[in-house]
Design a protein. Sequence first.
Length: 303
Amino acid sequence: MPNTTDTCDVAVVGAGPAGLTAATYLCRFLRDCVVIDAGNSRAKWIPESHNCPGFPSGVSGSELLRRMREQAMDCGTRFEAAEVEHIAAPSDPDGIFVLASGTRQWQARCVILATGIVDKLPGAPWISDAVACGAIRLCAVCDAFEARDSCIGVYGPARDIGAHGLFLRAYSDRVYLLPSDDADGGEDVRRAVDAGVQLLAPGVALEFDGHHCRSTSADGTRLVFDALYPFLGGSTAARLAVAAGATLSDSGEIIVDRDQMTAQRGLFAIGDVVSGLNQIAVAVGHAAIAATRINALLPMAPR
Ligand SMILES: Cc1cc2nc3c(=O)[nH]c(=O)nc-3n(C[C@H](O)[C@H](O)[C@H](O)COP(=O)(O)OP(=O)(O)OC[C@H]3O[C@@H](n4cnc5c(N)ncnc54)[C@H](O)[C@@H]3O)c2cc1C
């Protein structure tokens, strides 16, 4: 049996930019809010972001998280280090959610899922070092600007890399598609090639020399990349959301309304877990919208 029970207005699952912003808004609405977090925000991977509003000289992901966490704590957010394994939805509209992690349990009137995504990465032991130094990039929208006029690689399944290659072509005339399979890349790859992106034969071997990623093609062609973008997809906590009453689209995304509420009343989803545009600014915007809606749903905070 669970041995810990907290009752609160809102339980936020996840302490990335989305969850931390939601907690700050909720506490400033005088709501009792707990953030339960497993500690693996994607933002931790950001060596230095240059598109984060308010930081013209850039900010590292860990520094941004530190500041956002401090802001949430300063107005009264409680934090719990745990991975939520199950969320049980209430059986009636005004009931409570029950969240569980091992033997621990929390109760909340509303729940925000801010659980992000987990990137699928090439299976090489040097991956985290390559991300840390910017040789591997995981977000072209975030940092293609810094890679302009350099040698850029786009790695992943043939059907997925064409559109990314075309997007990056605006930044450099040295963009290479590195298909990880021999499938037909379809119209997207053809459009990219027509625009001047170079398509390599499938089956390239990737290496990291401590500063750059390198590829060797089956025909012996060798390239050194200033930036290599793998597009291998990612996984979300959709299972947790569905068990709590959310519904998914045909492509597996959590369906939310304009206020970020799922099909289950009182259950919200924000940030990367729900957005195709995985950005700090989007996560923060979702959080403000969801927190404001939750404040309106709950009875007035007692004085
Ligand atoms: C290398 C890299 C560079 C990037 N650069 C930029 C950039 O320059 N600008 C930009 O806007 N964006 C950038 N991004 C994207 C940005 O990091 C994400 O959009 C942002 O972190 C999403 O915030 P989030 O709160 O939705 O999810 P996350 O930050 O991923 O946080 C989710 C949190 O939920 C926790 N969690 C998950 N499941 C559970 C569970 N069951 N129980 C408890 N906790 C759980 C996780 O451990 C994690 O702490 C970059 C991403 C990467 C990987």
